[in-house]
Design a protein around this ligand. Structure first.
Ligand code: C2E
Ligand code: MG
Ligand code: MG
Length: 446
């Protein structure tokens, strides 16, 4: 386990236990934690002891060692998931896996206590096993656990996350989940306020995130996203707002507002002779509203804008039970010259079905694959697969959630030509977006 310096008592508020079947291992884990100024509340020796402990007292982190001869650490996510599903745990603890690392290079024994990996020229060292279990298997298992809501961190020498970073991340997550709890309380009260915001526009605004050609860094499009600032609760993320909007049947009203602001932005850009497509999100339910395509066309005609500038991103948050109706609406929209993009490709339950049975102009690779692309070869393979599907189906491709420069390079190498993400530009307020796009155009001309 990596030991590094941390501010004293920074992690005092965290409730940590260790899971180790023998005392030597328990001491080892406690020793590593004490360097961070943390004393574990206890060591528990088995999964049933974890369950008993959690039924009595809340815990933030369980630290355990991966060992091929004992599967408890690997089974722990499944135990926590079960307890959470049964309502026993409001907030499942984070799991930290640590363990003895084995490098891929041949290990040379120097003396009895010290060994080091012999590095051949040009041969990179990386951890192949932890506690006798393959790192790639551990990473896949951790990813699955995270996908089901259990946070698992692998702490390894040379890895991106060390113990104090991991503890800090838990502190942050706890603060966010406190906020979430407040938001849940808010949710119960908020229906009137959502209706009020949507009907009066109060507190609502729309931001625009540019999309770039990855090689030239030219802006080739944008996505419109809603923002809602609540008087008492501050910024409410779309992940909270959208379910409320959908539940209240206000999705078409929201769509109309986003469309209206998007048209205003398009008209402002038109004055500078800029015509980039802008995407507006819409669920299948919204898209299946009667005469949706005609409405879109009427608005664009009124604004004297060509239909090709408006793109509809099909989200999968509200599935449309009537496939035939969705197919008819998508076909009608495309027939009028609007573009249709399949959002968050790869994450929805019905994505493949949609891709096989409906026609689109574009698919967006979900940020969850993009963010993992550097660390996980499986994500690289998935993206390479999506690139070839896009080619076979003659679809444009946009990679979203690009958070760093090296990912841009890697995605380009994998065949993605267009992307969106914080590394390129964050969603911007309308004036900032207009300045950004027009300035880019001016700098390209000069
Ligand atoms: P989405 O359509 O997939 O939008 C992309 C989301 O990723 C946005 O989150 C954006 O702010 C965020 N994002 C962009 N770049 C990065 C990055 O590099 N890293 C990370 N971690 N995130 C990045 P946002 O605005 O919170 O929206 C979340 C979802 O809510 C959207 O996902 C969309 O499904 C829905 N949504 C947002 N605005 C609207 C809207 O006006 N109408 C509808 N129907 N849905 C909306
Ligand atoms: Mg979208
Ligand atoms: Mg998306």
């Amino acid at each position: 386990m990596i030991l590094s310096s941390a501010a004293p008592n920074e992690f005092k508020a965290l409730r940590i236990i260790t899971l180790a079947t023998d005392t030597t291992c328990a001491y080892r884990l406690a020793g590593a934690l004490s360097c961070m100024g943390v004393t574990p509340l206890a060591n528990v020796e088995s999964l049933s002891a974890v369950e008993a402990w959690l039924s009595e007292s809340p815990v933030d982190v369980i630290v355990c060692e991966i060992r091929s001869e004992c599967g408890d650490a690997l089974m722990l996510p499944s135990l926590l998931k079960g307890l959470h599903a049964a309502g026993t745990l409001v907030q499942p603890p984070s799991i930290f896996w640590t363990g003895e690392a084995t490098l891929n290079a041949p290990v040379r024994v120097i003396d009895e206590k010290r060994t080091f990996a012999q590095q051949e020229p040009g041969h990179q060292l990386w951890i192949k096993h932890m506690g006798g279990v393959s790192i790639s298997a551990l990473e896949s298992h951790a990813r699955l656990a995270r996908a089901s809501g259990i946070q698992v961190e692998i702490l390894r020498e040379g890895g991106t996350l060390d113990l104090d970073d991991a503890l800090r991340a838990v502190l942050l997550t706890r603060a966010q989940s406190d906020l979430k709890l407040r938001v849940n309380t808010f949710e119960a009260l908020a229906e009137d306020e959502v209706i009020n915001a949507l009907t009066t526009g109060k507190g609502l605004r729309f931001v625009f995130q540019p999309q770039f050609e990855l090689l030239s860094r030219r802006v080739v499009g944008a996505e419109a996203l809603v923002r809602w600032k609540h008087q008492r609760f501050g910024e409410i993320p779309p992940s909270v707002l959208m379910p409320l909007v959908n539940r209240l049947g206000l999705d078409l009203l929201l769509f109309s507002l986003v469309e209206m602001w998007t048209i205003k932005v398009m008209l402002a850009l038109k004055q500078f002779n800029i015509g980039i497509p802008i995407a507006v999100n819409a669920s299948a339910k919204t898209i299946c509203t009667p005469h949706f395509a005609d409405r879109l066309a009427a608005r664009m005609h009124q604004a004297d804008l060509p239909n090709r500038l408006l793109k509809i991103e099909l989200t999968e948050d509200v599935p449309e039970p009537d496939e035939l109706c969705l197919s008819a609406s998508l076909t009608a929209i495309r027939a009028k010259g609007f573009q249709i993009s399949l959002d968050d490709f790869g994450t929805g339950a019905a994505t493949l079905n949609l891709l096989a049975n409906m026609s689109f102009d574009e698919m967006k690779i979900d940020g969850s694959f993009v963010r993992e692309v550097e660390r996980h070869s499986s994500s690289r393979k998935v993206i390479a697969g999506i690139v070839s599907w896009a080619g076979l189906l003659n679809l444009n491709l946009v990679a979203e959630g690009i958070e760093d420069e090296s990912t841009i390079v890697l995605l380009h190498r994998l065949g993605c030509r267009v992307g969106q993400g914080y590394a390129l530009a964050r969603p911007m307020e309308i004036d900032d977006f207009l300045n950004f796009v027009t300035q880019q155009k001016n700098s390209q001309q000069s």
